[in-house]
Design a protein around this ligand. Structure first.
Ligand SMILES: Cc1cc2nc3c(=O)[nH]c(=O)nc-3n(C[C@H](O)[C@H](O)[C@H](O)COP(=O)(O)OP(=O)(O)OC[C@H]3O[C@@H](n4cnc5c(N)ncnc54)[C@H](O)[C@@H]3O)c2cc1C
Length: 474
């Protein structure tokens, strides 16, 4: 407990405490990690400080080199960003060049044992874009695309942040500052430590072991790999579409194949993805049929990164704040969007309200609470999706309703819109959930459940015939 107060600070937020801490000229800030959260924080912070005429130094600690191909430069991610986020960032002055954002994806194709359906982009601002977090997979040829994370870090550096290419091994409260120590034994003291290490970092364990009051985020293991198929094959077999699978595989919440140039990225999200789950996924006919000759090719690189499924507690202390994945993020979707929101809110709190626990409590924690509350609704939505995964009759109804909507584009796209926002993370889970309560949505779904199951066959754009459906073992 005593030690806990050391890390989080004695001034644990209470409404009554007075905040004596604000930044002044010459103050120094350490940002630990230059993923999207760390770099965007530095960018926003330096912008706002400049506006206030505040001369504050920002050091970003990041050992990774985003110009490297393979694991050394990669921050493990599907790399899907919604067009609305791309546009939002542009309004903040973060104009991602075409070499960073590929706007090649025009639709989602949903694959189920009962058939497939392609869901076209509902609106222009709802388009999805693909990015590479590093500079391409291991052993790949130099790409004509550039690293998203590298670009953001460059932007922060241009604003004046100093990059320190070191791994941070500890952060401790000492007197009136936060001491940041590195693996090479170097250390420095700062007025504020911004932890943006994501959830795949040992530092979170170290911080948790220092204090009984701090709990790092709860995590689960995912799987991600890259297949090299070549542009022409990808164009023919995948088209400009992200392929999403709704399969009856326990613990699998989301599976997608995302075409990117010569490569296709596979992302499996769920409850501790393991070999057994992957075997089931790769042996599913809906998955094999996606690949040329129905054969799953070897992948050029793979990893099992973790994702945050419950936020850190608390996400702030005196002179300390956790942003992005290592604080609060959106469940399964739009982690980059959450990194943007949390980094901006934390920067604003620090510049305009100071670096006390009270300032972060009042001006940063409410955003994290909103994200957490929305994730609770998200959990409910995913539980419902799990039921659909198990119920073939429900899959038939959903497939038929979506396919009908895609053919009659002038009628309301209720199911298509819900699925789009669920896959892309373009809308909050609460918004998606509320739309599923609309009487027209419920009525239409019920009608499709009945009629599709009376017909009993496969529907959809490119699904095989009824006979083939019988071969599916689920
Ligand atoms: C399989 C998978 C697929 C995903 N797909 C998507 C998607 O399609 N779209 C989307 O929006 N989100 C997606 N996400 C989520 C997204 O990757 C994260 O939400 C996002 O990367 C969080 O950004 P961050 O900056 O908080 O952390 P990270 O991106 O994890 O960055 C943390 C940085 O901190 C550095 N670091 C770590 N420890 C230390 C240390 N001790 N000292 C110094 N530096 C350190 C790391 O090297 C890294 O650069 C996916 C996640 C996974 C696992």
């Amino acid at each position: 407990m005593e030690q806990g107060l050391e890390l989080l600070g004695g001034g644990k937020a209470t409404r009554k405490s007075v905040d004596p801490m604000s930044l002044k000229d010459g103050s120094r800030i350490a940002v630990i990690g230059a993923g999207p959260a760390g770099s965007m924080f530095s960018y926003f912070f330096l912008n706002m400080a400049e506006m206030m005429g505040l001369d504050v130094g920002v050091d970003i600690y990041e050992p990774r080199r985003f110009c490297h191909r393979g694991p050394a430069g990669c921050n493990h991610c599907g790399g899907i960003v919604s067009e609305s986020l791309v546009q939002r960032l542009a309004t903040e002055g973060i104009r991602l060049p075409d070499s960073v954002v590929q706007r090649g994806l025009e639709s989602y194709t949903l694959h189920m044992d009962v058939g497939d359906v392609e869901i076209a982009t509902p609106l222009l601002e709802k388009r999805i874009a693909a990015i590479y977090r590093g500079n391409g997979p291991r052993c790949s040829e130099p790409l004509d695309t550039h690293s998203f994370d590298g670009y953001l870090l460059e932007l922060a550096s241009e604003k004046g942040a100093r990059l320190i290419p070191r791994l941070v091994s500890d952060v401790r409260r000492e007197n009136d500052g936060m001491t940041v120590s590195c693996a090479d034994q170097s250390s420095a003291t700062y007025d504020l430590a911004v932890v943006a290490t994501g959830v795949n970092s040992r530092l979170m364990e170290t911080l948790e072991s220092q204090t009984a009051e701090f709990a790092r985020p709860e995590r689960t293991k995912t799987f991600i790999c890259e297949f090299k198929l070549g542009r022409d094959v990808i164009r023919e077999t995948f088209g400009p579409s992200m392929h999403v699978f709704l399969l009856d595989i326990p613990r699998l919440e989301f599976a997608a194949l995302i075409p990117k140039g010569d490569y296709v990225t596979l992302c499996l999200l769920g409850d501790d993805i393991d070999e057994n789950l992957m075997d089931q996924f790769f042996s599913a006919p809906e998955v094999r049929d996606r690949f040329p000759g129905g054969e799953i090719p070897g992948h050029v690189c793979h990893c099992y990164p973790r994702i945050n499924i419950r936020p850190a507690k608390p996400v702030y202390g005196d002179r300390l704040v956790f942003i992005g994945d290592c604080g609060s993020t959106r469940l399964f979707k739009d982690g980059i969007g959450a990194a943007y929101r949390t980094s901006k809110a934390a920067a604003k709190a620090a510049v305009f309200h100071g670096v006390s626990a009270q300032a972060f409590h009042d001006h940063y924690a409410p955003l994290c609470r909103r994200i957490d509350n929305d994730n609770r609704v998200g959990k409910m939505v995913f539980s419902f999706a799990s039921l659909v995964q198990k119920a073939r009759f429900a899959r038939r109804g959903i497939l038929q309703m979506t396919a009908n909507e895609q053919q009659q584009t002038d009628s309301p796209q209720r199911m298509s819109g819900v699925l789009w926002d669920l896959f892309s993370g373009s809308a909050s889970y609460t918004n998606v959930f509320v739309r599923t309560l609309h009487p027209a949505y419920i009525g239409n779904l019920l009608w499709n459940l009945v009629s599709a199951n009376l017909r009993g066959g496969r529907t959809g754009k490119s699904g095989p015939s009824d006979g083939e459906a019988d071969h599916v073992h689920h």
